[in-house]
Design a protein around this ligand. Sequence first.
Ligand SMILES: Nc1ncnc2c1ncn2[C@@H]1O[C@H](COP(=O)(O)OP(=O)(O)OP(=O)(O)O)[C@@H](O)[C@H]1O
Ligand SMILES: [Mg+2]
Length: 509
Amino acid sequence: MASLALELHGISKAFGNNLAVDTVDFTLERGEIHALLGENGAGKSTLMNLIYGLYQPDAGEMLIDGKSRIVDSPKTAIDLGLGMVHQHFMLVPSLSVAENISLYAGRGKFRFRRTEAEENVQQLSTRYGLSISPQVQVGQLSVGLQQRVEILKALSAEARILILDEPTAVLSPQEITELFTILRRLKSDGHAIVFISHKLKEAMEISDRITVLRRGKRVGTTAVDDTSPTHLAQQMVGHQLPEIQRSEQTPGDPILEIRNLIAIDHDGRRIVDGTSFDVRAGEIVGIAGIDGNGQIELVETIVGLHRAQSGTVRFNGRAITNLPTSKSRQLGYGYIPEDRQTEGLILSFTIAENLVLNVHRLKGYRSKLLKGWAAFLDLKRIDADSAELIQRYDVRTTHTHAPARSLSGGNQQKVVIARELSQEPQLLLAVNPTRGLDIGAADYTHQQFLEQRRKQRAILLISTELDEVLALSDRIFVMYRGRLTEATAFRDDLSKIGLLMTGNWQNEW
Ligand SMILES: Nc1ncnc2c1ncn2[C@@H]1O[C@H](COP(=O)(O)OP(=O)(O)OP(=O)(O)O)[C@@H](O)[C@H]1O
Ligand SMILES: [Mg+2]
């Protein structure tokens, strides 16, 4: 039998009266990739944070390499050979790759020796086949490359047990393939890896065994050959999910009109390159594409966060090109931004406050006693409405006044979705709306989008999840290097869409 790298016996952890991890047993073998699945708030990150010494368990025992250990801090964890890549990155954007890695690995050393650090990163990068330039500033890297830095960081301290908390949530399909190659290499090298994901197919592809958590408890552990996506889904949510049914429907007038839009990135390139399209009432328009092809800049140009060099954006017939976001948002569109933590929420604010961010002016939350004083809000109504939204969107929390920071990643995303959809906006701009959501919550969100469509609302859906775009959209576009190509006719021909996404279609057709 392969030797056990990690054993957990009866581990529990409560936050107040919320039992986040409930007497969990778990084993991890050397040379094993073990997937950990479960709904948003099931306790996956908490369990991993307990192993990594970020939290202390209330009960239970942990063995590392057969020895009972108390991991009282991440420093102890690192010394015991553990490395963790967190759900939300922990890199310093203004520092270089080498600086970030030495900050972590060079704990206790007083001087930073640049050449040495850079050589060190170079060696690591060659050794593990994770190519990266040590000098480049982390903030300049794509998320895929930042992910690579996180993994190198963990490996730099000789980690033999690696915990990867939703590493693929922000990666493109190609980057996922590359990551899997790296993980397989690490595995054959004897590393033990825990892999968290919401994508069942992916978990089945990469792992040897799968453990499912449900509301803090371990539901089961199975060898990957003995289970199926349907069975896993059943274990995670306890019931089958409905299929997406998109009925035929005639669209109405254009709500969003984009004409010859051009926007430039910081290197002076046309990141949005002469784009024109409409989104009509009662229609979902989907834009597929690999991250970094201008989709984000397109939306940011529409909402006024990125400058349009030329062209026009019209919302309900009114030109809003280069109108500041604070002004344009008052016109009443919804916006689910790319990054829930930096753009979607204020993490230190309560869940209730986050649920009315930006919308408080629209929804008449001003106190009746003091009409006209925007600073005085009708707190009772805010509380009542938030409680309802929390229930409807199944945000897993113990109370509405907890800070948004205390929510699990997926539950933070639900708050953003609940807020933006609750206004039933005439136009919704959604960027990767289901990123980090479990299958049940993603399905609920999809059903809500279709409900808005039935109510003749317009939705622009931008997503790197091709399945999501194909299932929901009336019209499909692919964005590649700033240019949009309509691909509705190829809905059933994934290979053609794939060629469009990688820019290879001119050569092939
Ligand atoms: N620091 C904290 N303070 C209070 N409650 C917390 C804290 N961290 C986590 N929780 C709670 O513990 C529970 C489990 O959260 P956890 O982050 O482990 O879920 P998860 O399975 O990783 O979910 P996701 O898929 O959304 O990332 C949730 O109810 C969450 O609100
Ligand atoms: Mg988590």
